[in-house]
Write a protein that binds this ligand. Structure first.
Ligand code: DX5
Ligand code: ZN
Length: 220
């Protein structure tokens, strides 16, 4: 699956960029929420997500880069989030927070910073709908892919296979046509792509190319 990250969209033409993604082969909209505390950047909150929801014809995959996400889960769900992902590093009571997300009807995701070991999720993997492997330090779009994400994806795939769960692996940060195939081969299910889609000459065609890699990988 492909989830264009709207952080890289043009905010003065949000409706046009959403229309492009609606008409493309993309699967989800990836929506980055930053609080200036968990990460050194601030993006947007619920009111903007409500606007995005009204423009989106595909699910909203909301990535919360915030401290104490448990305070806001219901409000993000009300704003239109279909997947709600919290950071492992921001959740001392992760199991409880995941149940809280599921109680709203949303899918529950956990994101791992580059330094966080995949094995830490093993005891809780059955409760996770999606693991988001951060392949950059969260906070900004347009950064370089950190290659240690690749063995981490493989390790997660192993854990998911051993426990026989339907958990999806998402990879977020620095993903583009130059590395997508390697990422998919390691076991990723969802590619988040911000700059590589929105800053390309033909975003719809780039999505389509990313999608066809996906297809080819599953065929071999
Ligand atoms: C980084 C965000 C990413 C970001 C990806 O903190 O979580 O979703 O928007 O952007 P690119 O694809 O440009 O690295
Ligand atoms: Zn993200």
């Amino acid at each position: 699956m492909i989830a264009p990250s709207v952080l890289a969209a043009n905010f003065s033409h949000l409706a046009a960029d959403f229309k492009m993604v609606n008409e493309s082969e993309a699967d989800w909209f990836h929506v980055d929420v930053m609080d200036g505390s968990f990460v050194p950047n601030i993006s947007f909150g619920m009111d903007i997500i409500k606007v995005m929801k009204s423009l989106a014809e595909k699910p909203l995959d909301v990535h919360l880069m915030i401290v104490q996400p448990e305070k806001y889960i219901e409000r993000f769900r009300d704003a239109g989030a279909d997947v709600i992902t919290v950071h492992y590093e921001a959740c001392p009571h992760l199991h409880r927070t995941l149940q809280q997300i599921k109680a709203t009807g949303a899918k529950a995701g956990v994101a791992l910073n580059p330094h966080t070991d995949a094995s830490l999720l093993e005891p809780i993997i059955e409760d996770i709908d999606l693991v988001c492997v951060m392949s950059v330090n969260p906070g900004f779009g347009g950064q370089k892919f950190i290659y240690s994400a690749i063995p981490k994806i493989r390790r997660l795939k192993e854990i998911i296979t051993i426990h026989n769960t339907k958990t999806l692996i998402e990879v977020d940060g620095g993903v583009g046509l130059q590395n997508a195939e390697k990422i998919l081969q390691a076991g990723a299910d969802v590619l988040v792509a911000g700059s590589s889609v929105f800053k390309s000459e033909n975003p719809k065609a780039t999505i389509s190319k990313l999608k066809s890699l996906d297809f080819n990988t599953f065929r071999v």
